[in-house]
Ligand binder design. Structure first.
Ligand code: ZN
Length: 240
């Protein structure tokens, strides 16, 4: 487990915080401007950002906590490889165990019903506010997290957060991703939760996850440079 570092910690010159370095490097890793499975050159990053090695090292530890980096020998770091087909499948199997249940629970719980927050999040989504990849990471993680949090089950919430599923899946984001389809599916989930329709909410979430899984798998041959997907079958996930 990575040591917890305050993301607001300021460097001596007070200009660039650990949080700024963390955000910048996270973005570079997600966009592949630092490619997967690549050694990190701390001196070079410090020089590029004009900061000392301290905030860079602290940011790297946070990124290790996100599973975007692994420690290498001689106190260095390297970016983790991108998920393979099995990794994507594992993440979606976890999500399919947790999230349809969470949507059902959210729709059943009248006191903690997150419908207003979900509607706000859908309305606030702006595809032009940033690159579509980063706009979707922000929106999708907040949307799914709001549903999870409303269950108030800390064990499940922790398991979900420790998977860092949004970071790892959106690291595989493609420019041709049908984000409008995802947004429409979110609207259906939010609507069922607002109507306090547990069965409808569960079903809408399951359909959304199955659709997202197929979207990621379809994009994989290119991402995995032709690695065969013969062992990946969506049938297990699709079955009800
Ligand atoms: Zn989603």
């Amino acid at each position: 487990m990575a040591k917890k570092v305050s993301v607001n910690e300021q460097t001596v010159n007070g200009r660039t915080s650990t949080g700024d370095v963390y955000e910048l490097l996270r973005r570079k890793i997600l966009e592949h401007s630092i490619p997967p499975a690549t050694k990190i050159n701390i001196d070079q990053i410090s020089k590029e950002l004009g900061v000392s090695a301290t905030p860079v090292r602290e940011a790297l530890r946070l990124l290790q906590g996100d599973n975007l980096l692994v420690a290498t020998s001689n106190k260095g770091y390297a970016t983790t490889p991108i998920l393979d087909a099995q990794g994507v499948r594992d993440l979606f199997e976890l999500r399919l165990l947790i999230e349809p249940w969470a949507a059902r629970t959210a729709a059943s719980n009248r006191l903690q019903n997150p419908a207003k927050e979900l509607e706000r999040e859908i309305k606030a989504f702006d595809s032009t506010s940033d690159s579509i990849q980063h706009a979707m990471i922000g929106h999708d993680s907040k949307f799914h997290r709001a549903i999870l949090l409303s269950t108030e089950n800390q064990t499940v919430i922790q398991a979900f957060e420790q998977s860092h599923c949004h970071l790892h899946l959106f690291r595989m984001f493609r420019e041709d991703w049908d984000w409008k389809k995802s947004l429409n599916q979110h609207k259906l989930i939010a609507k069922a939760i607002a109507k306090a329709d547990p069965a409808g909410a569960e079903e809408a979430m399951r359909a959304h996850l199955n659709s997202a899984y197929l979207g990621f798998i379809e994009g994989m041959p290119r991402l995995n440079q032709g690695r065969p997907l013969a062992k990946v079958s969506s049938s297990k996930l699709i079955q009800k």
